[in-house]
Design a binder for this molecule. Sequence first.
Ligand SMILES: Cc1cc2nc3c(=O)[nH]c(=O)nc-3n(C[C@H](O)[C@H](O)[C@H](O)COP(=O)(O)OP(=O)(O)OC[C@H]3O[C@@H](n4cnc5c(N)ncnc54)[C@H](O)[C@@H]3O)c2cc1C
Length: 279
Amino acid sequence: MQTPRSLGAALDILARDPGIWRPFAGGTDLMVLLEAGKLAHRHYLNIWNLAELRGIESASWLISLGALTTYTDVRRNATLVREFPLLCRAAAETGGVATQNRGTLGGNIANASPAADTPPALLIYDAELELLSSRGSRRIPYRGFHGGYKKMDLRPDELVGRIFLPRGRTGWKSYYRKVGTRRAQAISKVCFAGAVRFDGKIVDDIRIAIGSVAPAVVCATQTEAYVRGKSLDAAAIAAARQVFAKEIAPIDDIRSTAHYRHVVALNLLEEFLTTTAAQ
Ligand SMILES: Cc1cc2nc3c(=O)[nH]c(=O)nc-3n(C[C@H](O)[C@H](O)[C@H](O)COP(=O)(O)OP(=O)(O)OC[C@H]3O[C@@H](n4cnc5c(N)ncnc54)[C@H](O)[C@@H]3O)c2cc1C
């Protein structure tokens, strides 16, 4: 394990031997894999002490969160609690206190699990990522970052540096449900986040993001497009269920069956649309 003293030193190490070094943030995912003997021996780059990757900063138009922001940091930040409740709900339902104190947003993103709990909220809020390397930085929409199971738009010499959340969302109603074996300490069987804005009774805009129903956490863009511009009566909600049913493709794994996930995901969509339309 190498512990660089600065971000620049960390990026230089990654650039020298791309692919050799594995960033090690809170270690809550990596330690489980190491313990289970599922990680081949590699060189680990301890980024936990890099101050440049910490801090939650507010500008008038966005919030900038360092990749090392923990779930506890998220839960304690008054601006996030007020303006980004779905992210705070996801943080509150991730693991127990020890995991929340140590697990980071950057780690949750770069671990690229289809069952991760913060990605649906980050998708709903149109998050952007800043990726850093010794060559410079690039800023990309989080939507599209995960291209398949454990695949992402992150090069071997890059670190996730910061996560940006655009502010100024008004009039949105939101919904979040994590379905797991237990309320915390359990990885999701299905994780659903949604937000909708009405113009009178008509859906003006909508976001639906869901984990554990595809090889990566996904936005249900076809369902979003179907629902936009509609009044959410029983017939529209039933038709939205059908569009959603064709859009998702859950898998069987050790945590659940594809059938169970399919049924739960459809029920969560219906609950989201029904409850927000009635509020
Ligand atoms: C008991 C327990 C319960 C858990 N419960 C949940 C849960 O309910 N929901 C959930 O989503 N997760 C859960 N997790 C998984 C884990 O806690 C989270 O995914 C956490 O956010 C990982 O962050 P970390 O900093 O510990 O990542 P690490 O373990 O340090 O790293 C994870 C991966 O990300 C890479 N990485 C980390 N930071 C960066 C960076 N800045 N740039 C590039 N790559 C990086 C690492 O190289 C590694 O591949 C749980 C884990 C445990 C042990």
